[in-house]
Write a protein that binds this ligand. Structure first.
Ligand code: ADP
Ligand code: MG
Length: 740
């Protein structure tokens, strides 16, 4: 068996298996080897039916019979039922809402059943409710008998793999064991230099593969996971640091603006800069003079004033001339993740630059605008900008007449060409993938300076890993006079009281956001749980109960705030509609904006000082913090009311952290510790595996990986002495492009 050979060459696959494997991205033998168990089912949790306890989650092997699909007598819920017999006793199996499960397993088959033993209220009889079920070829020795029998055959730690329709954990287990026995592992090479493995006592790649799929003891499995986590983080770090080292060899625009010159721009602001803002501007202006591309991350909590930093440094750029040119100025591209935000920042830039002869353009998928306008006032939108054709805009950007171009990811399009693109600013950069960031930076021949801005407080381990290629500036100071948002976790019985409080604030002229987890009420067919998992997905069940923006707006108007103008905002609205609603809200014509989390990033309406968040447990803490940031925009006392659907202590505890944490970073750390890395917002875009996400909870490991990567790169950024490592980096890069 060869690592690169196709799975289909070695295993006879059913059509369902073929499709399932494709979905899991498993094509070649090597892919199977790198498909890791999500956990290990020990012999310990295996039970004989006779010994099952109420409420216990257990695995039972036995023969299944009496399978049938039916409907609940009173409830009319469809369900599948069956009976499992393991020789020590019988237990009923019930799958609510999943009648088909009873049809997928043949009557009399040997199966492995895993689930929670629940008790019937009336009879006290135990049954498995929505258990996982899969066919097995043979029944292993049970926990009870193995105490007396031989242990030789029993896999102490039985790996359990994440399943998908058509591919069971059991199938994966046997396939992988076959590969392990085939000798294919002899061809495994290890990219991590042996001295590093030795320093951190990590197993080699080959050993780790054996340990992860066939551990003899728990520590084997743990060491193996640690090794792969280290490997992934080390390789990411190495790649980022290599890129960074190479970037320093590239020439870029030199921008020679003095502090005094920039100060002439910033002293016109209606507020004094915070010291943190001034430091950030100085750091960026310093980078501008170096002649190599800046790559800097500006991390600052919501409301810390990142836009002002962006505008001031953009000013330095657009009032500078490229070296050796006698005509024309350098250009700035400012990219935002949403159209709402792009428009808002376009307006912001207009007011920052209104005293200067600087053209500002806007490009989004729904159209283009330019300021100042050259046509009559009747054509103008809000601030004196005009809608212009895309072709016209592109022409003016290409010939340099528009030095500042604000936009959404439309900016990345090939057709958008700049004359002297010297500075790229990415707002809310965590909302973009690395590829989008790169696409904008590598648009023109000369690499521009890059400022990535984010308010997403991410834990330090993650920042070190993902942003290893960026210099970091923190805006760790809030503008003076901001009162912290008064945050209250509202229990269901306090709802009415809360609405009265809100009404008082509104009578004083304030406005409110109401955030709902979904747009529409659920459709009836959504009420049935996922098929593959074989168990209802709790998040889905929650989603079904969650309030929808549309319904909630109707309800508030009818039952709670009939005297106010209420509008709905969500991603599916037409662009023109979105804009109309945002304008109405900004102008105070709409007092209550019922929205999904689309207003999460950057939206800035100063008079809105109230925010109600419905179904708060559906959001991550960092996201809640972002949402709350919407009302941190003025000197009026702001309030955040957090409603949870469940009043469980865990939920309330977690939400309480929102009231206590001093800033978003603390919250992110808390979220990481409490809920695990999988729930950090934006993780899909980072392309980090589950195993590496686990490792991110371990600061020591991340720092070690970073230090080792830095050492190798400082020795030689081409990694000449480590051909295996270079090769691995190259193949990783190829894969990334492949999946794009
Ligand atoms: P964010 O960092 O979340 O992007 P913004 O740039 O949108 O924050 O700024 C939030 C609000 O704070 C804006 O209304 C802005 O005008 C105001 N602001 C920015 N800097 C200061 C400052 N130094 N003092 C007072 N207000 C400021
Ligand atoms: Mg912002």
């Amino acid at each position: 068996m060869n690592l690169q050979s196709l799975v289909t060459d070695h295993f006879r696959l059913t059509e369902a298996e073929r499709r399932g494997l494709k979905k899991l991205g498993i094509e070649i033998v090597e892919n199977l080897l790198y498909y890791f168990p999500s956990r290990y089912g020990g012999v310990a949790e295996m039970r004989a039916i006779a010994n099952l306890q109420k409420g216990e989650t257990a695995t039972v092997f036995g023969r299944v019979s009496k399978l049938k699909a039916s409907k609940g007598f009173r409830t009319k819920i469809t369900m599948g039922t069956g009976e499992l017999d393991d020789g020590t006793g019988k237990i009923k199996l019930i799958w609510f809402n999943q009648p088909y499960l009873a049809k997928m397993i043949p009557e009399g088959a040997l199966v492995r059943v895993e689930g929670k033993a629940s008790e019937k209220k009336k009879s006290g009889e135990l049954y498995f409710s929505n258990p996982k079920i899969e066919r097995v070829e043979k029944v292993p020795l049970s926990a009870e008998t193995s105490l007396f029998g031989t242990e030789s055959d029993a896999h102490h730690l039985h790996p359990v793999y994440p399943e998908t329709r058509g591919v069971s954990s059991n199938w994966l287990f046997h396939a992988i064991q076959k590969i392990l026995k085939s000798g294919a592992l002899d061809f495994i090479t290890d990219p991590i230099p042996p001295d590093i493995l030795k320093t951190y006592s990590l197993p080699s790649r080959k050993t780790a593969l054996i340990w992860i799929h066939a551990p003899k003891k728990e520590t084997d499995a743990r060491m193996a996971r640690k090794r792969f986590a280290f490997e992934e983080i080390f390789l990411i770090q190495l790649k980022k640091q290599k890129e960074r080292a190479l970037l320093k060899n590239e020439p870029s625009f030199v921008i020679e603006k003095t502090e005094e010159q920039i100060t002439r721009f910033t002293e016109r602001f209606s507020f004094p800069l915070t010291r943190a803002q001034q430091r950030a501007i100085d750091a960026i202006a310093g980078d501008f003079k170096k002649g190599v591309p800046m790559a800097r991350l500006l991390e600052g909590d919501v409301g810390s004033g990142k836009t002002a930093v962006a505008a001031s440094t953009a000013y330095a750029v657009v009032t500078s001339r490229p070296q050796g040119q006698t005509f024309g100025n350098m250009q700035v591209a400012y990219m935002c993740p949403t159209e709402i935000l792009a428009k808002q920042q376009f307006e912001n830039f207009i007011s920052f630059f209104s005293h200067l002869p600087v053209n500002i353009g806007l490009i989004t998928s729904s159209g283009c605008r330019k300021f100042p306008s050259k046509v009559s006032a009747s054509w103008q939108t809000g601030n004196g900008a005009t809608d212009i054709s895309r072709a016209q805009l592109l022409k003016w950007v290409a010939n340099g007449e528009i030095p500042i171009l604000v936009g959404t990811h439309s900016l990345i399009q090939k057709a958008v060409r700049f004359k002297h693109l010297a500075y790229v600013i990415i707002d809310e950069q965590h909302r973009f993938g690395v590829k989008q960031r790169k696409a904008l930076v590598h648009k023109e021949k000369i690499i521009p300076h890059l400022l990535s801005m984010t308010a997403t407080p991410i834990p330090r381990t993650l920042a070190l890993t993902l942003y290893g290629d960026l210099d970091l500036t923190l805006l760790d100071e809030m503008p003076a006079g901001r009162k912290p948002v008064n945050t209250k976790i509202v229990l269901p019985n306090e709802r009415v009281e809360m609405y009265e409080h809100i009404r008082k604030e509104m009578q004083n002229g304030r406005q409110a956001y109401v955030i709902c987890p979904r747009i529409d009420p659920p459709r009836v067919d959504e009420a049935s749980p996922r098929v593959e998992a074989g168990e209802p997905d709790p998040t889905k069940a929650l989603a079904v109960q969650a309030r929808s923006a549309k319904k909630e707006a109707e309800r508030l108007k009818k039952e709670v705030f009939p005297e106010y103008e209420i509008a709905v905002m969500h991603s599916k609205l037409k662009d023109a509609e979105k804009e109309k609603v945002m304008k109405g809200f900004k102008d105070g014509k709409i007092q209550i904006l019922v929205s999904t989390s689309v207003v999460e990033v950057g939206v800035n309406v100063q008079n809105a000082t109230l925010i109600i968040i419905e179904g708060a447990e559906r959001f991550g803490l960092a996201q809640l913090h972002q949402l709350r940031g919407r009302v941190l925009r003025s000197t009026h006392q702001a309030y955040c009311f957090v409603f949870a659907e469940s009043s469980g202590t865990k939920t309330v505890e977690r939400l309480k952290a929102l009231g206590q944490a001093k800033n978003g970073f603390e919250l992110a750390e808390y979220d990481l510790a409490q809920r695990g890395a999988g729930t950090l917002s934006g993780r899909e875009q980072w392309g980090v595996s589950d195993i590496a996400m686990e490792a991110l909870q371990n600061l020591k490991m991340v720092e070690a990986a970073r230090a080792e990567a830095a050492r190798l790169i400082s020795e030689d950024e081409t990694l000449g002495a480590y051909p295996l490592l270079s090769q691995h980096l190259a193949s990783r890069a190829k894969k990334e492009i492949h999946f794009e």
